[in-house]
Design a binder for this molecule. Structure first.
Ligand code: MG
Length: 366
């Protein structure tokens, strides 16, 4: 590993002191704690874009997190950074997501408006810091500072100032480790490409629609053309194209970041943190490709009437549940009540729900 990677030896450690493991380094341990957490298992039944009952072949938050970790590990390895740490952050990065994807989050944020709001990154940190209950001596998973730093990808200054050291970088505008920066980009690469694929699978994005996206159209055209164009082959050509697009993105972030790191002359993790910009980045032309994907998906998938329908159903459920527990606070499971104010406890409970659990409770309340 490079000197400016996060090393166990320069880790800022855990809040509660623990003996070292004879078998695993600290970041592998963090990763394993996440995999064994109940919040991680629940990602299996949380919506990415398509709600669970739409079909079994779509991404969920769990498969999304696995894809992000696969990309992150690859990039970290090739840049000789701490692969274990990148993997850990990737697996945990969406733990704080509500049921029903962004619709659920927007609804909960709305409900929490006069109670401090709801931010999913901040919530992911709450999950690993407070809400998981697996240790007698402390709440949460007692992860290393570096894992927690990476999980807290964005944070409002108001929340940041209540978090101590891990919130500092949002106040003094410094950078997180390169390993955390990798996960940030791996997340956008993963969801943009897999949402194109899921959109195509769902029938909402046809090939002719996809071809309106230049990045797709160019790579689709470049595929070998000597195949019969029956439907099965066509499908594979789409997957092949998306795979190649992903290759371009990953390849670019790796080579461009390598160049940025070498030009920056950084030597240590402190220099990484104090550098004025992030050093894990796509080159400008390829960043533009990715931005185009985002714009295209917003216009053609996320705002599609079929997706909007799911969205409005989901929002209604979240709002109903929130109001119900605000009026009947005694009905909230007791271990959610111990942390903070009433509405924060309700948000903790609600955001931890899977789509199905939220649906079932909602039905039973009616
Ligand atoms: Mg994500």
């Amino acid at each position: 590993m490079k000197k400016y990677a996060v090393h166990e030896a320069n880790s800022l450690g855990r809040e509660h002191l623990e003996n070292k493991s004879p078998l695993r380094n600290d970041f592998q341990r963090d990763r394993d704690r996440i995999i064994h957490s109940s919040a991680f298992r629940r990602l299996m039944y949380k919506t990415q874009v398509f709600v669970n009952h739409e079909g079994d072949m779509f991404r969920t938050r769990l498969t999304h997190s696995l894809e992000v970790s696969q990309i992150s590990r690859g990039v970290a390895r090739s840049l000789e950074l701490n692969e274990d740490l990148s993997e850990t952050i990737a697996l945990a990065h969406d733990l704080g997501h509500t049921p029903f994807g962004h619709a659920g989050q927007d609804a909960l944020n709305q409900c929490m408006k006069s109670h401090g709001g709801f931010e999913h990154n901040y919530q992911s940190l709450r999950v690993v810091d407070k809400l998981e209950k697996r240790y007698v001596n402390f709440s949460g998973l007692n992860l290393t500072f570096e894992s927690r730093e990476g999980i807290l990808k964005h944070c409002s200054t108001k929340n940041a100032s209540s978090l101590g050291k891990v919130g500092e970088r949002f106040l003094n505008k410094t950078q997180p480790s390169l390993e955390a920066q990798i996960v940030d980009i791996a997340d956008s690469i993963a969801y943009n490409i897999h949402d194109l694929e899921d959109g195509y699978r769902s029938g909402i994005l046809s090939i002719s629609k996809l071809k309106q996206l230049n990045f797709f159209a160019e790579n689709y055209r470049n595929l070998r053309d000597d195949l019969n164009s029956n439907e099965a082959v066509e499908k594979v050509r789409v997957y092949e194209t998306l795979r190649y697009m992903m290759f371009i993105l990953i390849n670019d972030v790796t080579s461009h970041s390598r160049k940025l790191i070498s030009e920056s002359n950084i030597k240590t993790i402190d220099e990484v943190r104090n550098h004025k910009t992030t050093l894990i980045n796509l080159s400008e032309p390829v960043q533009n490709y990715l931005n185009d994907c985002r714009v295209f998906l917003r216009a053609n998938l996320y705002e599609h009437p079929r997706v909007n329908q799911m969205t409005s159903d989901a929002q209604r459920i979240v709002v109903d549940l929130f109001n119900y527990f605000a009026d009947n606070f005694e009905a909230l499971p007791s271990h959610y009540k111990i942390h903070e104010k009433k509405h924060r406890s309700i948000a903790d409970f609600l955001s931890g729900m899977t789509d199905r659990f939220a649906n079932n409770i909602h039905k039973s309340l009616k």
